[in-house]
Ligand binder design. Structure first.
Ligand code: NAI
Length: 346
């Protein structure tokens, strides 16, 4: 009997349920067995459980140690704190891994982009510590610690060493935030000394944005604190065809949650037009994490086929197909493969 994987599923809200459902159908078409433990989070969970992150969800992740997550809306300028940030902190998912690669056959400004962003996921300005000093004056605390900065730096350098990557740039604003970003830099610099085979560089974040738009090939791995990682990820998504395509993973020592870079996209939610590719590519990362390399290869080949064929693409990448039609096409491409023999491209 093949092993069955217990996975915590957080469909999320907005386009979340549509894109995660498409990904789940595709995952199941590979023949790998899953036992999904599905939970709401955020506003929807609050209605049902009076908690934004229900106890049952926390317990499930503690048990399964693997999650596949759709986006969860965070109210703007008030309301409850980000569930996404809270989950990363609660499970110490300190390393946010975002590979930025073109999908073949999608026209973009640059072909063959191959970048990785490592974003520190637990502190920085996302510590959410804010208060009103006096009326009209508000303070937000940016927390940077030696422990977290060293931990994410080591994770990025280990990844580079184990995956034959050549260069890491630490991205910062230590010219202005001399103490906080200065500490982040000192930690990444110290870790870099342990990896002499990897070229280490430092760039200021605003310059990095310009450099990425002008010539993304000069970078290999970008290492940065939380807020810069959030912003630079979306910029990089724009380099390779948009938010509908870019996957992500949140790794801790105990567990991992896989989720796309994009948010809940309220502008297109409930219309069956969102692109599930980003969540699906996140699920591919999950399959590899689970050791299901054949299934990952099957999906990767199927995606390649569907993007090459172009007749079932979603609107964001120039097609007219709906979310579910795209998923059906990927499933048909999986079923038509006798065996996965091509090399992975995604
Ligand atoms: P967003 O990523 O939801 O949308 C930005 C733009 O990209 C929109 O035009 C949207 O239609 C498009 N887009 C996003 N995903 C797409 C997909 N799969 N297919 C096609 N088009 C797609 O960012 P926005 O609007 O800034 O945030 C909306 C909400 O999502 C906010 O409440 C935010 O806090 C939340 N959010 C949640 C995240 C998470 O759960 N990890 C991450 C980012 C934002």
């Amino acid at each position: 009997m093949p092993q069955s994987h217990k996975v915590t599923l957080i469909p999320g809200d907005g386009i979340g349920p549509e894109v995660t459902q498409a990904a789940v159908r595709i995952l199941e078409a590979t023949g790998v067995k899953f036992e999904w433990e599905s939970f709401a989070a955020g506003a929807e969970a609050f209605e049902k459980y009076k908690e934004y992150i229900p106890k049952e969800l926390t317990e499930s992740i503690e048990r399964t140690r693997v999650g596949l997550k759709g986006p969860v809306t965070t109210p703007i300028g008030g309301g409850f704190s980000s569930i996404n940030v809270e989950l990363r902190k609660r499970f110490e998912l300190f390393a946010n891994f975002r590979p930025i690669r073109n999908l073949p056959h999608i026209p973009t400004r640059y072909p063959d982009v191959d970048l990785i962003i490592f974003r520190e996921n637990t502190e920085g300005l996302y510590s959410g510590i804010e208060h009103e000093v006096v009326p009209g004056v508000v303070e937000s605390l940016k927390i940077i610690t030696e422990k977290a900065s060293t931990r994410i730096s080591r994770f990025a350098f280990e990844y580079a060493r184990n995956n034959q990557r050549r260069r890491i740039h630490s991205i910062h604003k230590a010219n202005i935030m001399k103490m906080s970003d200065g500490l982040f830099l000192r930690c990444s610099r110290a870790v870099s000394k342990e990896y002499p085979e990897i070229t280490y560089g430092e760039h200021i974040v605003d310059n990095t944005c310009m450099q990425l738009v002008m010539n993304p090939y000069q970078y290999d791995i970008l290492l940065m604190e939380n807020l810069y990682g959030d912003i630079v990820s979306d910029l990089c998504a724009g380099l390779v065809g948009g938010l509908g395509l870019v996957p992500g993973a949140n790794f801790g020592h105990e567990c991992a949650i896989f989720e796309a870079v994009h948010g809940s996209a309220p502008d297109i939610a409930g219309k069956n037009i969102a692109n599930p590719t980003a969540v699906l590519r996140s699920a591919l990362l999950m399959l590899r994490h689970l050791g299901e390399h054949d299934a990952a290869l099957k999906i990767s080949n199927a995606l390649d086929h569907v993007y090459r064929d172009r007749s079932k693409l979603t609107r964001d990448v120039g097609g007219t197909a709906g979310t579910s039609e795209f998923a059906d096409a990927v499933i048909a491409a999986i079923q038509s493969q006798k065996s996965a023999t091509l090399s992975p491209v995604h």
